[in-house]
Design a protein around this ligand. Structure first.
Ligand code: SF4
Length: 255
């Protein structure tokens, strides 16, 4: 197995005191509203890494279009790792930010090959979550969200990737404190959400964040979690003036 080169110190941000019954109820309601909360079909770890880079600042449709074009142009990971950055950028142009994503993808693949001697990450299937996470987050440009995506979607481990939608919705729900950074948000939600529902909670919160708990003004009036949410009264106009200030930190979250 490949050793990680470095590991990151855990953030000191404490997890809020969220009632486990509230989390279970929220999960039930998200499943009822948006279910089934199935994750994407299982992928190879390298595929998940590439897809996660391609998904940055674009829609799922454009990400998939860019990925398909990339695989058509470079059918093996080895061919892709050996490619010129300009050719990779040209292939993934439909996904946007091609000139940024192409060098990121190549840097990750080349680093894996330099370390492991190949682009085969099958060793991860026998490694612990902590070993996988430490390895991935030591790759160039790979943060806690990408590591959690590989754990959840490639290895089917109980991880909860925190993208902008999950971060915003969980913040407003009071599951993570205001101004929590990405690494701490992952650590806190892992502590707050039971292992067996982490992946499906991720899927449910993505739906919630995209369709209901939107950036700017959330649609609390149609939210299935409104009575569980400390931010809802502010947007529904039922908040008492003397506690609006306390809530504002939650309400201001936009991911
Ligand atoms: S009640 Fe409003 S703020 Fe709370 S999670 Fe739902 S949409 Fe977001």
């Amino acid at each position: 197995m490949s050793p990680a080169r470095r590991s990151r110190a855990p953030s000191a941000t404490p997890a809020p005191d969220v009632d486990p019954a509230t989390i279970r109820e929220a999960h039930r309601r998200l499943a009822r509203r948006f279910g089934p909360l199935d994750p994407p079909s299982r992928r190879d770890p390298v595929e998940e890494l590439v897809l996660t880079v391609l998904s940055q600042n674009t829609s799922d449709v454009n990400r998939d279009r860019a990925f398909e074009a990339l695989r058509r142009r470079f059918p093996t990971w080895e061919e892709l790792a050996d490619a010129r950055v300009a050719d990779v950028a040209e292939a993934i142009r439909p996904g946007g930010l091609a000139n940024i994503k192409a060098p990121r993808i190549l840097a990750i693949l080349r680093e894996i090959r330099d370390r492991d001697g190949s682009l085969d990450l099958a060793w991860m299937r026998d490694a612990t979550d902590e070993e996988v996470e430490a390895y991935l987050t030591s790759l160039p440009g790979v943060g806690p969200k990408t590591a959690a995506c590989v754990l959840a979607f490639a290895l089917v481990r109980p991880a909860i990737p925190v993208d902008t939608h999950v971060h915003r919705a969980a913040g407003r729900l009071g599951w993570i404190p205001p101004r929590t950074d990405a690494a701490a948000a992952h650590r806190i939600l892992k502590a707050v959400v039971p292992a067996r529902v982490r992946i499906s909670m991720h899927v449910g919160l993505i739906h919630l964040g995209r369709d209901v708990c939107k950036p700017g003004r959330p649609r609390c009036e149609v939210c299935p979690l409104a009575d569980l949410c400390p931010t809802a009264p502010l947007f529904l106009g039922t908040e008492q003036p003397n506690i609006i200030g306390k809530r504002k930190g939650l309400a201001d979250r936009s991911g």
